[in-house]
Design a protein around this ligand. Structure first.
Ligand SMILES: [Fe+2]
Ligand SMILES: [Fe+2]
Length: 138
């Protein structure tokens, strides 16, 4: 059994009742786990850490654009505020990627991995779940 604090598992609490959005969120959980297990492994490889973070950044850009299209389609009233949070996350991810790129392994990498994990999970849990009822509306 995996009891590492560096891992997070999907749970129904995170479900948006939309198969595509859920699949994209599950992908982030997988990437967050890959990132943290690479950062914490004895054989950690900086190129792998950067590749996972770059993938996460690219997927986040595509996922946020997807959500923002749904906000317009579903007339979600808080779409601008939510889009602003997406923009802040993207800039934090970019900054984190630059910091990892510019340094060798240190405590900063561990903190960065955990911060990315909590930023993403908190966004899904506390922000994305606010548009569920709009998402369900026809
Ligand atoms: Fe999302
Ligand atoms: Fe979002």
């Amino acid at each position: 059994m995996d009891v590492s604090p560096w891992r997070i598992e999907w749970s129904d609490e995170l479900s948006m009742s939309n198969a595509e959005i859920d699949a994209e969120h599950r992908n982030f959980i997988r990437l967050v786990n890959e990132l943290n297990s690479e950062i914490m492994s004895q054989q950690r490889d900086k190129a792998v850490v950067e590749r996972i973070m770059k993938q996460m950044l690219d997927d986040a850009i595509a996922h946020f654009a997807h959500e923002e299209r749904l906000f317009i389609e579903k007339l979600y009233p808080a779409r601008e505020e939510h889009a602003q949070l997406h923009a802040e996350l993207i800039s934090k991810f970019r900054q984190a990627l630059e910091e990892i790129h510019a340094t060798e392994f240190s405590r900063l990498w561990i903190e960065t991995g955990l911060e990315i994990r909590s930023l993403l999970i908190n966004h899904v849990l506390f922000e994305d779940t606010q548009y569920i009822e709009y998402l369900r509306a026809e």
